[in-house]
Write a protein that binds this ligand. Structure first.
Ligand code: SF4
Length: 771
């Protein structure tokens, strides 16, 4: 008889034929690595493997946890190798933050699978991380520091030692600081690895102690974050979508970008919930929905206001909730009255019937929940659109009910990350000590000759700005500057790294320690190093320590190991207060943290951002601090036939840049096995638009505007709304141009967010000269 060890340390029956497992030394005590780091909890196990049967090299988690119930069984096997299973928490920029088990055989990772003890992510991983070990052991991994020997962008480098690399970086920075001041250095990073140490850790301390320029990081959901910070009220536990009668996925394709949200939605639908998707594209989620509202890009605010008007006109609002727990309703109702259904239909491209049905269904569901994504936050008026959308659950009184409202999780700020910031921490209310640049406007920052001092050094980690920032050709022009000293820390020679002077090898997520806070669910997890770093790769926390030493910085932060930093951050943090202290995480691998307001946080008001706890339909803060007006309103896209009719005569189609199923922004953009799913850049357009241009599926086409030109293969499809062209986001350039060659670096109305779905373009057969 054989058993698996489940996530709670219990044994379950299993028919595995060949592995005998035993818990690691001390059975209930986690082992430690040579550096003293405790490995994941009691579920770290070793086993003796039969010499006669080799395990598959992938997805071995279930088999590898097989255990014999017969203590004598081991005697009949020729056990020769030690196999361990280490719990990691996925550090990708994904809301789910999955707990996973990595099977390690003699120091080599041989399998990765879902950790079935995790209540949300335990069933499976996603299409990307199922193939993670191919990424870990990809022959294209960088294994040593590199120094550029060819032209910028040519990708010609020679290997150097870490000592040489650190010394050269230090020498360059010292010279630049002496001549121009530290603000001539710009750190650039995002959530390519969203571990708290990797994404918010000692690298910040390093640059802030140096006095470098700051980076504003609003590229994903800056609008929603700004509103949450100001008004709160987006905090229904996403796991509670199962308790609702209607789920609205607004601007998010959860099947491709949050697969475990999709699991919960499927569960809710089995119980009778309806799924409505608001998305200009018939995404994988939209294809499975009960209703798909294919609105024009950037018109979400108009739809939200139109829905509000239907609810108000037809008496579908919860007047008692409005009276007791909100303020400013009359002013909002007056503003919404400008949005009769025919006007909403005209602006959004939806039919009046669709809008009416959605509004009535939403109001009458008991309750409805909205899960919105970054898709709707990539237009000029996205901040106001989120504000308008935020009013809907207050109107309907959905906040009264379990699961009703707006689902969101914000565990990252609970982790004590601010302790690694260094001086001038805005999260602590301290004024910034140096100038700042929005990451979306990197091209401007690198090419603006009037800047004083100019940006003379760029350090990039956890990001690939050549691909993911707006106005790509301007970014590339900046990166090509011969007087710009660029360092890139990454796993692969990305499009950005090809322009670097020094490239530093980074570890994959199974090669370093970190603390991971989910932004899709209320969990915080530990990520333990399952294997030693591949080659000479080092985590950016270690890079920060090396560079801090080279730059003579002596903050105690730089003397801490990663494990000490994790303890330091968690000590006294909100996470610790919510049960996710170091010991709990060390013991269990992950901890669910609770919203302080409980499962129905706003049933009786108590909205954290308002003066009196009422939900503010009319916000003084938005009027005075943000200058956007107190009442939500629709802001037309910056580039649309309505806002720029002259431009639309030359570029009549609206651009929609889409996240993809087999990559995460630009991560995995090069992994051969996943790229095989999309061997060519696929440019989708509606049959009506294709017919007007004589384009057929399979034709080579160019999408272009005044900023750039992207080549690909046409895919004529009714999945695309008429008048819209879809270009996938995040694909590596390979010497060409990507979706962001077409986007601008214009910022949205709030939170420094991008406008990647707010651009006009035209499409033509490739090779046809543009007139
Ligand atoms: S990318 Fe997302 S869904 Fe995939 S394993 Fe990581 S956290 Fe889970």
């Amino acid at each position: 008889m054989f058993f698996t060890i489940d996530g709670r340390g219990r044994h379950q029956q299993f028919a595995g034929p060949w592995i005998r497992m035993q818990t690691a030394a001390g059975a209930n005590r986690s082992p430690r690595t040579a550096s003293g780091v405790r490995l994941a909890g009691p579920r770290v196990v070793t086993c003796q493997r039969s010499s006669g049967r080799q395990p598959a090299r992938r997805n071995q988690a279930t088999k590898a946890t097989s255990v014999s119930s017969d203590g004598a069984a081991g005697e009949v096997w020729n056990a020769v190798q030690m196999v361990q299973q280490i719990r990691v928490t996925c550090t990708h920029d994904c809301p789910d933050a999955c707990s996973a088990l990595v099977t390690v055989d003699d120091g080599i990772a041989v399998g990765i699978g879902a950790d079935n003890s995790h209540p949300v992510t335990g069933r499976h991983l996603c299409a990307k991380v199922d193939r993670y070990l191919e990424r870990v052991y990809d022959p294209a991994r960088l294994t040593t520091p590199l120094r550029r020997v060819g032209k910028k962008g040519a990708g010609e480098f020679e290997p150097i030692s870490w000592e040489q690399a650190v010394d050269e970086i230090g020498a360059q920075w010292t010279g630049i600081i002496d001549e121009s001041g530290a603000e001539a250095i710009l750190p650039f990073s995002y959530l390519g690895n969203m571990g708290v140490l990797s994404a918010f850790g000692p690298m910040f301390g390093l640059f802030n102690h140096l006095g470098a320029s700051q980076l504003e990081r609003g590229i994903c959901g800056g609008q929603a974050l700004a509103i949450t910070a100001a008004l709160g009220a987006m905090q229904v536990d996403p796991e509670l979508v199962t308790e609702t009668e209607m789920i609205v996925c607004w601007g998010i394709d959860v099947v491709s970008t949050s697969i475990h949200t999709w699991d919960l939605i499927r569960e809710a639908r089995k119980r009778g919930a309806r799924l409505v998707v608001v998305d200009p594209y018939r995404s994988a989620t939209a294809r499975r929905a009960d209703d798909h509202l294919a609105i024009r890009p950037g018109t979400d605010g108009a739809l939200a206001l139109g829905v509000a008007k239907v609810m108000i006109d037809e008496g579908l609002v919860d007047q008692a909730y409005i009276d007791d727990y909100t303020s400013g309703y009359e002013a909002f109702a007056l503003s919404a009255s400008d949005w009769p259904v025919d006007r909403v239909a005209d602006v959004t491209g939806l039919s009046e019937t669709q809008i009416l049905a959605f509004a009535r269904g939403y109001a009458q569901a008991s309750p409805a929940v909205i899960r919105f994504g970054v898709g709707m936050q990539r237009a000029a008026g996205a901040g106001m659109a989120v504000r308008a959308l935020q009013c809907l659950p207050a109107l309907a009184g959905h906040w009264r009910h379990l699961g009703g409202g707006i689902a969101n999780a914000r565990t990252i700020p609970m982790t004590g990350r601010e302790k690694m910031w260094g001086p001038g921490n805005p999260e602590l209310g301290e004024p910034l000590t140096t100038r700042s640049f929005n990451m979306i406007q990197l091209g401007q920052a690198l090419t603006d000759a009037s800047l004083d001092p100019p940006i003379r050094a760029l350090f990039v980690w956890n990001s690939n700005p050549a691909v993911i920032t707006g106005d790509q050709n301007r970014v590339l022009a900046g990166l090509a500057r011969t007087d710009l000293f660029t360092v890139v820390h990454d796993l692969f020679l990305t499009d950005t790294a090809r322009y670097a002077d020094i490239v530093l090898p980074a570890p994959s997520m199974i090669e370093h320690e970190d603390l991971v806070a989910s932004w899709g669910f209320n969990y915080i997890g530990l990520n333990r190093a399952a294997i030693a770093p591949v080659g000479e790769s080092k985590p950016n926390s270690e890079v920060a320590r090396l560079l801090a030493t080279r730059m003579n910085l002596d903050d105690p932060l730089f003397a801490m190991t990663d494990d000490e930093l994790i303890r330091h951050c968690l000590s006294g943090s909100a996470a610790e207060a919510a049960g996710a202290g170091y010991d709990s995480l060390d013991q269990d691998g992950f901890v669910q943290v609770q919203h302080p307001g409980g499962e129905v946080p706003f049933a009786h008001g108590g909205f954290p951002g308002s003066v009196d706890g009422r939900f503010e339909f009319s916000s003084v803060l938005f009027d005075q601090a943000f200058g956007l007006g107190a009442i939500p309103r629709f802001i037309e896209p910056a580039e649309s036939p309505e806002s720029q009719p002259d431009l639309a005569r030359r570029f009549p189609l609206r651009l929609l840049t889409l996240k993809r199923h087999f990559s995460i922004n630009s991560s995995y953009g090069d992994l051969p096995v996943l790229r095989g799913a999309e061997p060519e850049l696929r440019i989708e357009l509606h049959p009506d638009d294709a017919a007007q241009r004589g384009v057929a599926s399979g034709d080579r086409v160019d999408v272009f505007n005044e900023r750039g030109r992207v080549s690909g293969m046409a895919d004529v499809s009714t999945a695309v709304t008429p008048g819209v062209v879809v270009v996938p986001f995040g694909r590596w350039l390979d010497g060409g141009q990507g979706a962001n060659a077409l986007t601008s670096d214009r910022l949205g109305d709030l939170g420094g967010g991008p406008t990647f779905c707010d651009a006009l373009v035209e499409i033509e057969a490739a090779g046809v000269p543009h007139q």
